[in-house]
Write a protein that binds this ligand. Structure first.
Ligand SMILES: [Zn+2]
Ligand SMILES: [Zn+2]
Length: 268
């Protein structure tokens, strides 16, 4: 077993597969965020779009830093219910630094009432992803069955992607993996009361595992309650490695190569 630590040369490097570095929490803090990433062996981060108005700032991050990438999409919680045009997403996704469509999906926890608009928005994202051949970043909360049903109906498996900040059951994980999707764990997996999720983190096939922070949210133990940032993905990775009984370097090697393969980006 290779037990190289993030401080050592030869550590494979970790990737934060989901963060919101365009949020105001991080304004003027990029130098310290990037330094903290370096100190923790976190080599790359995927900056996630939550609405089209904010997309230019997400893209700016990916253009300014060669180890940041961007996605384009409208989050299911985004209040403006104007229909999302798949053609517009495809056009924005043509930029070489945009590696995925999302985040998209369904959220029946934060938004209620007739959510047909949310399901339509999700369908539009899957159509766009298939059109441009880029994978999907999917958010699902208290909506797992509808999320999976729409993924199947719209042929999401053709492009694949990731179920981000995964908090669902083993059965949902299995169904997503069967559709060709990856499962990404956030700081939630480090929480003491996350017993069922810890079991899922033991079971996901190694070639489908990813780790993320969802910064600025969900800081992992021992930083719970603080503003999260990509360097702290190390704590998520350490916990998943511990649960699987493998070295951090082995977990890093697997999740990082999964990231590069899924999002079709080169190392460096
Ligand atoms: Zn999300
Ligand atoms: Zn997010």
């Amino acid at each position: 077993m290779n037990a190289v630590s993030p401080e050592s040369a030869g550590f494979p490097g970790l990737v934060d597969s989901h963060c919101h570095l365009d949020f105001p929490d991080f304004d003027g803090k990029m130098a310290e965020i990037r330094e903290e990433m370096r100190a923790n062996g976190v080599t790359h981060a995927l900056c996630i779009s939550v609405n089209l108005a904010g997309f230019p700032k997400v893209l700016d991050l990916a253009e300014a830093h060669d180890n940041f990438f961007a996605t384009v999409g409208v989050h299911p919680d985004h209040e403006d219910r104007t229909a999302v045009d798949p053609a517009r997403l495809v056009e924005l996704a043509r930029h070489p630094r945009v590696v995925a469509i999302g985040e998209t999906g369904l959220d029946y926890y934060r938004v209620s009432g007739d959510l047909e608009w949310q399901r339509e928005r999700f369908r539009a994202h899957i159509r766009a992803a298939r059109e441009c051949g880029k994978p999907l970043v999917i958010h699902t909360r208290q909506a797992a069955q509808d999320t999976l049903a729409i993924m199947r109906e719209e042929g999401a498996g053709e492009v694949g992607g990731v179920m981000h900040c995964f908090t669902e059951s083993q059965a949902v994980a299995d169904a997503a993996v069967a559709l060709g999707f990856h499962i990404s764990f956030s700081g939630i997996v480090t929480f003491k009361n996350a017993g069922a999720l810890k079991d899922v983190a033991r079971q996901v096939p190694p070639e489908r595992l990813l780790v993320e922070t969802d910064s600025p949210y969900l800081a992992p133990v021992p930083h719970r309650g603080k503003i999260n940032r990509p360097g702290l993905v190390r704590h998520v990775a350490e916990e998943v490695a511990r649960l699987r009984g493998i070295a951090l370097s082995e977990l890093a090697a697997a999740t990082t190569s999964n990231f590069f393969r899924l999002f079709k980006v080169g190392v460096g």
